[in-house]
Ligand binder design. Structure first.
Ligand SMILES: [Fe+2]
Length: 225
């Protein structure tokens, strides 16, 4: 009788332990990111279908590699000493792949509009006027920043604490971000974003970008001060 009870309690304990391990494993398991669908941009004036489809494919590569990298890091943590050169190398790549994924999402999402300028009644318009004096002065600074030699991104940031707006150059994907500032408008100026259609004429590509900004989306990203 006592032996049977002991076996029963051991079986229950083992079962509960297994359930606990499964729950912990599930909670620690990485949730893979899914690439977003931006096919609504196909047909956008100034952006050929081939250019956009190629760009979507590149973006999907960043999503795939972000997932691979995060899973590799998690796998590495459970099997290897962490003070290795290999672990450090994986860590160094995370900002590049993750930022590559997120920047492309912000870029595609702020396209598909009719360009022009923000609504005169919007918080964004107020902030642009306060910071730059006029929309045209902001546009000139943003466009000039986009001609910075090299590959990268231009981001219009908003500082949360002060409302200050800054046009910043981001080198590749991960160098130059202004920490704690919110990305409001994102422009991809890697060569793959325009070279096959515009050649070296980056100025024409930047104008095409301006002509397709979805200001409704951009205005939603700003926080009223
Ligand atoms: Fe890109």
């Amino acid at each position: 009788m006592v032996g049977n009870l002991s076996k029963y309690l051991k079986a229950m304990l083992l079962k509960q332990t297994l359930v606990l391990v499964l729950c912990l494993t599930a909670s620690l398991a990485a949730v893979d990111y899914a690439p977003k669908d931006y096919s609504n941009l196909i047909g956008m004036k100034g952006f050929s279908d081939d250019l956009l489809k190629m760009h979507f494919q590149l973006y999907e590569g960043y999503v795939k590699n972000t997932n691979l990298l995060l899973n590799a890091l998690q796998d590495f943590q459970s099997k290897n000493p962490l003070d290795s050169y290999e672990y450090g190398s994986l860590k160094r790549r995370l900002g590049w792949e993750f930022d590559g994924m997120r920047l492309h999402e912000l870029y595609f999402e702020n396209l598909g509009g009719i360009g022009g300028m923000p609504s005169p009644q919007s918080s964004l318009n107020d902030a642009l006027l306060k910071q730059f004096g006029s929309f045209e002065k902001w546009k000139s600074d943003f466009s000039t920043t986009a001609l910075t030699r090299g590959i990268g991104w231009v981001i219009l940031y908003q500082e949360r604490s002060t409302g200050r707006l800054v046009n910043a150059w981001i080198n590749e994907h991960d160098v130059g971000h202004l920490v704690t500032l919110r990305p409001i408008l994102v422009l991809d100026v890697w060569e793959h974003a325009y070279l096959t259609q515009y050649g070296l004429n980056r100025t024409a590509y930047v104008q095409a970008f301006m002509d397709n900004i979805n200001w409704n989306i951009v205005e939603k990203r700003i926080q009223a001060k």
